[in-house]
Design a protein around this ligand. Structure first.
Ligand code: NAI
Ligand code: MG
Length: 502
């Protein structure tokens, strides 16, 4: 879709595109102090759809100051838990109210099919806020029957209890693959727990986070509680991660940058949670009931979001007797997929950026150079935009880069295996441990495989099922901590033990 066509859209996004967007600091929209802006492009065409303020260290300083003031002056953390819950719930409601607009914005900015943004990204984001709203009134401590009073201070009794308090000012840095949903995963719990926050969206996809800031303000979140600084990782992101006024940093993105965040955080020992890359194994046993349905599931495991998922099922291990059948079936699915601009609701849209396009093409070439065969795909689509064909590789081996490294594109490598012991060893032979899956009709095999995976999420006879109630995160170099569920609230609170002499 060209810029002219976007301008013709009879939709709410029209008012956004092309647009000049500012930073959101202390409840106000402001330019970057440097006056700089950067372009946001439609990955289906390369057209510029918006100009966004380029925040850097000076703007991060300002936003952290605003977040600190909002934290300490207390309108958010000292609000009654049920009031705070109502506001967080309202954010979810407003996301649903503006669902069409948000889905369009997401599709335009990221490239994902409009129908997918409308069916997955937007409702999952709303659900996350609704789920977290229920927790505001349930973040609580405990009392303890301590024993030291019997020998340490004989005769003196104590009342002891814990309470959970917000950590303070939180810096959050998010990626471009699910721009709105990643903002929701991060902001839902941070707000529910009473913190204040500075959010830095990915430079490739800043638009939906800016719209979300408007929605969060409309829901009644006080000024300064949420601040959004658009800008680049090396400048805005790095200064947020290193900032001494930030009490915790939460990051989702590449493992490489995750390690830099850890180093940057060392200065003031701020708390860190990380949700990083993956190279998820997906095992298919020969006893599956339905080869076609299994292959369709495995296709969706890799091609959903164009493979730009940290948990993409990119290493497909198929038991030898059905190897050819599954490869043929998944290749058929790939061949039939319509690839086109996200707003035209194809099966697959463009990759997010030229950089990602070059990276994925480079991996396909490296696989071919190493002797891999493209059963289907391997090329690009059209002469503009960042479209890569859904690609199935065979003839790979466990040493090739396409097996060891995260491609983050619509490229799956299918390898045969002989037995459970062998495939488990190969599956777990990765520096990552984010997700894994197994397809089988044998319950015992399913449970034993789920036990054996060294991964934070395991799917059985399904893939890519997420829920606000379910913790998500990685073993090994896939990260620190978990997103979602009640567990994430531990990551956004400090525990205080109180001892009172009676
Ligand atoms: P990235 O890790 O560089 O970017 C993610 C976020 O971190 C963005 O907001 C970016 O501005 C910020 N960032 C970058 N450098 C930073 C720094 N030095 N300090 C603080 N923040 C910084 O990911 P990128 O370059 O967009 O993609 C590269 C690869 O990373 C992808 O091909 C993919 O393999 C992986 N990736 C993984 C994601 C996941 O969900 N686990 C999401 C995005 C990318
Ligand atoms: Mg990067």
């Amino acid at each position: 879709m060209s810029l002219a066509e976007v301008k013709e859209l009879k939709s709410p996004v029209k008012k956004w595109v092309p647009a000049k967007k500012q930073l959101f600091i202390n409840g106000k929209w402001v330019d970057a102090k440097s006056g700089k802006t950067f372009d946001v492009e439609n990955p289906a065409t390369g057209d510029i759809v918006a100009q966004v303020a380029e925040g850097d260290k000076a703007d991060i300083d300002e936003a952290v100051k605003a977040a600190r003031k909002a934290f300490e002056s207390g309108p958010w953390k000292d609000m009654s838990a049920s009031e705070r819950g109502k506001i967080v719930w309202k954010i979810g409601d407003l996301i649903l109210k503006y669902a069409d607009e948000l889905a369009e914005l997401e599709s335009l900015d990221n490239g994902k099919p409009l129908a997918v943004a409308g069916a997955a990204d937007v409702p999952l984001s709303a659900d996350l806020f609704h789920y977290m709203a229920g927790w505001t009134t349930k973040i609580k401590g405990d009392t303890f029957p301590i024993s030291t009073d019997h020998f340490y201070t004989p005769g003196q009794k104590y009342l002891t209890y814990t309470q959970r308090e917000p950590i303070g000012v939180v810096g959050q840095i998010i990626p471009w693959n699910f721009p709105l949903l990643m903002a929701a995963w991060k902001l839902g719990p941070v707000l529910a727990a009473g913190n204040t926050v500075v959010l830095k969206p990915a430079e490739q996809t800043p638009l939906s986070a800016l719209r979300l800031a408007e929605i969060i303000q409309e829901a009644g979140v006080p000024d300064g509680v949420l601040n959004v600084i658009t800008g680049f990782g090396e400048t805005a992101g790095a200064s947020l991660a290193a900032h001494d006024g930030v009490d915790k940093v939460a990051f989702t993105g590449s493992t490489e940058v995750g390690k830099m965040i850890v180093q940057a955080a060392a200065g003031n020992l701020k708390r860190v949670t990380l949700e990083l890359g993956g190279k998820s194994p997906n095992i298919v046993y020969a006893d599956v009931h339905d080869v076609e349905a299994t292959a369709a599931g495995c296709a969706s495991a890799i091609f959903f979001n164009h493979g730009q998922c940290c948990c993409a099922g990119s290493r497909l291990y198929i038991e030898k007797p059905i190897f050819n059948d599954v490869v043929k079936a998944i290749s058929e699915v790939a061949k039939k997929m319509k690839v086109g601009p996200g707003l035209a609701s194809p099966d697959m849209g463009p990759l997010v950026s030229q950089e990602q396009f070059e990276k994925v093409k480079g991996y396909i070439k490296s696989g071919q150079d190493d002797g891999a065969k493209c059963e289907v795909g391997g090329g690009t689509v059209g002469d503009k935009g960042y479209f890569v064909e859904p690609t199935v590789l065979t003839n790979t081996n466990d040493k090739m880069k396409v097996i060891t490294e995260e491609i983050f594109g619509p490229v799956v490598a299918a390898e045969p295996f002989d037995n459970a012991e062998e495939v488990m060893a190969r599956s777990n032979n990765s520096s990552y441990g984010l997700a894994a899956a197994v397809w089988t009709s044998d319950l015992k095999k399913a449970i034993n495989t789920a036990d054996a995976f060294r991964a934070g999420t395991v799917w059985v006879n399904t893939y890519n099922i997420f829920d606000a109630a379910l913790p998500f995160g990685g073993y090994k170099q896939s990260g620190w901590g978990r997103e979602m569920g009640s567990e994430i609230l531990d990551a956004y609170t400090e525990t205080k033990s109180v001892v009172i002499a009676k």
